[in-house]
Structures are given as structure tokens and as C-alpha cells.
Write a protein that binds this ligand. Sequence first.
Ligand code: GLY
Length: 382
Amino acid sequence: MTTDAGYDVAIIGGGVIGLATAWRAAQRGLTVTVIDPEPAGGASYASAGMLAPATEAAYGEERLLQLELASKERYPAFVAELEELTETGAGYRDQGTLEVAFDADDLAVLNDRYRFQQSLGIRLERLTGRECRKLEPMLAPSVRGGLFAPEDHSIDPRLLTRALLVAAERSGVRLLRARAERLLAADDRTVGVRVDGVEIAAPHVVLAAGCWSGEIDGVPSDASPPVRPVKGQILRLRTPVPFLTYTVRGVVQGSAVYVVPRADGEVVVGATQEEMGYDTRVTAGGVYGLLRDASAVLPGITELELTETRVGLRPGSPDNAPVIGATTLPGLYVATGHHRSGVLLTPVTADAMAEIIVTGRPPREVADFSPRRFERFEGARA
Ligand code: GLY
């Protein structure tokens, strides 16, 4: 067995979370490798890139909202630092999000959500149908009303991951385009990762492989993050002339759809949410449902060129909140389970992971999201 010279940290997974963590860890003076056969792929590549804590706030997820708001607040500085280092744009847009109702029942849903969001101190404006159309003239005349969330922004995750790859490499991170075969442990602590038959020594290993983070051989079962894939079908369209100014989210006869515009004319329509295991098939029903709902609120969308259909597998945990921190095996950490908010939670997760690895202590904002919170489930299974 050959061995590599070794690193302070090996990160398994080169999506937004793994790459940003690598970058932040390298900035703290650690030597870092990222192991991924297809970096910048996976859920990061599929994602729409909404930075939308307000319009995605859900009952029972108030702690998650606080983490999302903390991450959102860091975004402008995070992007500015990244763009300055890499001399490449990350596609950040701060135009805000408009959430609209298709019919009277959908408006009742939005009104209920408005009251909930107000109770959490989220800044939102309630708009009539006419006011919605004044902001977004492409909206259907039938739209009944909506909410405007000025602080819900977006970023292009493909540009973001590309910039993170450059930032990581410019900060000295070594990228290994290969599959992590096995976690290596000795004397009850982490000692490295086996990659392509080569043992890479690393006293700190981070599992940041999205919904595959629980599938790495050699990880003790009580240290393995309990994540599952949550399938999302998502479409990309293209328009030669600007179609929208704001991200538009629709509630259409009870189902949710979102339409995210980019500066370069790309328009992203998403996304289904399906518990289908590792199924990555794009289905006729999935595409039909998204276009049906998107065109109910934005009829002109059917004129755009459909350029891509794709499936992303979100990493969902038992409580659908992220799993960030040290595991029961010394030297092994996880940064996964970000479910619908991986791109949004990237800055706060990367900062927290670097801090945990360097100091051994989780920052206050991630304390509630430790992997150890699932130990009672493990106990129940035993
Ligand atoms: N955050 C949007 C989605 O997961 O579809």
C-alpha cells in the first residue's frame, strides 16, 4: 500500500460546502485536500441558488431560520472576498423575491405565511395582484396577490462553485479527482482516507459528500450522518431578452414553484421534492408539473427555450436541518444535511467547520446542529 505525504484535513466532497470549508480551513493555515471524482457537481450543480430565508421559512424550523439569516448576512462579504481573490463573478443578485398566489385559496396560504413570518420579525410587504404585476409585468392577470421579500436574493451556484474551486486551489488546497474508498481509523481516532489504493494521512476528515455522506466505508455506524436523498427535478430555460427582474415563487392550487432569473438570460424553474431514494430520472410528470405551475403565474414562460432538465439529490437529515460538527469518532466531522438550503448555508457552514477543526469548539450559531443530536435515534435502533 502506497501512502501520500498527508494533510491536516481531508474533505470528502467537492460541492459548495466541501470547497468553501476547504478554502476557509486553508485560510486558517491548515494543509487541505478535497477528494471528489466530480468536483463542483452533485446537488450544487443542479441547485437554483436561491438565498431565501424569508420565503422558505417554515413552521417548526425557527432555529434553522436563525442559521439561515446568519449565513445570508455573511453573503455579500463572502462573495466580494471570493470575487476579489479569483477575479471571477459568482452571479450574486440582490433584487429580492416576489411570492404570488394563483387563486383565492393560494392567497389564504400566503396570508397565513405572512402572519407567521411577521411573528418571526421577517421583513415582508403584502401586495395586491395589481402591485405584483407592476413589479413584474410578465405575471398573469389572474394573480391574486403576493408578498415581496426584499432580502431574499440569489446566486448562480455554477459560477459560485467554479469560483470556490479557484479560491481553494489559490489558497493551496489540493484537489483529488477520485472517489474516497474508505475512512482510515486507528486507536479509535481518524488517521486518513484511502483513495485509489493510496492511503492519504489526515488527522481531520470532513464528510461533505451531500446525500452520499453516510455511505463511506470504514465510518463507524454511530458516527455516520443519517442523511437521505431528496430528489428535486429542475429545469433551465433561456431567454434572449430579460424575462424577470425578481425571483418569482408561486403557490398554484396548493403546490409551490419558483422561477429564478439570471443576468445572462438563464431562467431556472424548480423544483420537485420527492422521496425516491437515489433515483435520478427526469420524468414527464415532473417536467409537466413544473411548467404547468410556472406558466399559471408566468404564461410567457412557455415561449422560452428549454435548455436543460436535471435531477439533484438534496441531503435530508431526520429533522431536515443540517448536520455540522464533530462526530463520535475523534478527528471525524460532518458538514451535510443542508437539504433545501445548501447554497444559502455555505458561508456559515464553512466558517463553522474551520473553527471547529482549529479550536475543537463549535461556534454558537451551529451548536444546535451537531451530529450528536441524533444519538437518541441510534439508541432506538440498537
Ligand atoms: N431551495 C430550493 C429547493 O431545494 O428546491
